[in-house]
Design a protein around this ligand. Structure first.
Ligand code: ZN
Length: 314
């Protein structure tokens, strides 16, 4: 379920199938003289799209900017700060949670260390803030390198090299311009440098000349399978957290729901005592997207209508 292609009603119906969303983070960053600036975004979007073909899952619109320190001076890179990426992650998850989603997979196609740390930091803060959510933060490069270790020939291959070039050759071959050049940069160990391009002129870290579309297809499938297993694991972790009564947040939510249940029952009584009033009115409660709270009165609204009319209606 690709969120940017869905209508409001399709989104609400999607919540009946899953409460898990994958949020693809990418970058607009140089990838040598042969791969597009959108390479990292394309990786994350592609695995999301393919995962959505395998299982019910929402795929959020991608964030095409990342923190790109080492390549900030190469032509085409548009870098944002760690505070911006962190705030984006927190705001987007908070908003999706308000919509009823509870499991969040923040997958980044850009695997820069500072960028990934900022996303992990955001994830940790979200875990503290909301006790009813599950969250995973990972780079999909990590999955590709781990799952594809039997396929990749180049030791230490990372940026715009064998792995990334193979994958774009497979998913977006029309965007690959030439075969690229093998390069391994030589940054001084432990020393921060100002002119990073001087130490990394070509913008490749690895060997793109060993890339093939076939390798890319295999890597893609391995990444999607690994992601599929991770989402299953995340979803299985959901319920003990969500219904923990040791949580002050859940306790106050249950209390709130009890109060609204009482108000709801008073209204139901009035409706049932008035023969001229149809139960169609109760159906409007079904349109709320966030429908799965413990004790949620909307459940009762639907059940009541089923009992009376024998069908769910729309
Ligand atoms: Zn990349």
């Amino acid at each position: 379920m690709i969120i940017e292609e869905m209508t409001m009603c399709e989104f609400a119906d999607g919540l009946e199938k899953t409460r898990t969303v994958l949020i693809p983070f990418g970058a607009t960053e140089q990838h040598g003289d042969h791969l597009p600036l959108s390479t990292d975004t394309l990786h994350a979007v592609e695995v999301g799209r393919r995962l959505a073909e395998k299982r019910p899952i929402f795929i959020a619109p991608p964030i095409p900017y990342g923190v790109c320190r080492s390549t900030a001076e190469h032509p085409g890179t548009i870098s944002i700060t760690t505070s911006t990426i962190r705030a984006l992650a927190i705001d987007i998850v908070t908003s999706l949670r308000r919509q009823g989603l509870r499991n969040f997979v923040l997958i980044t196609g850009h695997a820069g260390g500072t960028h990934t740390s900022a996303l992990i930091d955001a994830g940790e803060e979200l875990l503290e803030r909301f006790e009813d959510i599950g969250i995973a933060v990972l780079t999909e490069y990590m999955l590709a390198a781990r799952e594809g270790r039997g396929l990749i020939e180049t030791e230490g291959d990372s940026h715009a090299g064998e792995i990334e070039t193979s994958r774009i050759l497979n998913s977006h071959p029309h965007l690959v311009k030439g075969e690229g050049r093998r390069e391994f940069p030589s940054f001084p160990s432990g020393i921060l440098v100002r002119n990073k391009r001087r130490f990394w002129p070509g913008g490749v870290w690895g060997d793109p000349t060993r890339a093939t579309a076939e390798k890319g297809a295999q890597l893609e499938a391995l990444v999607v399978d690994a992601l599929d297993r991770l989402v299953t694991q995340l979803e299985q972790m959901e319920y003990p957290r969500q219904f923990s009564t040791n949580s002050p947040a859940i306790r106050s939510q249950i209390l709130e729901n009890l109060v609204s249940n009482i108000q709801f029952l008073v209204t139901v009584r009035q409706v049932l005592q008035a023969p001229g009033v149809t139960l169609r009115w109760l159906c409007s409660a079904r349109q709320g997207a966030d429908r799965c709270r413990p004790g949620e009165p909307r459940h009762r609204a639907r059940l009541l209508q089923c009992q009376r009319s024998g069908s769910h209606g729309s």
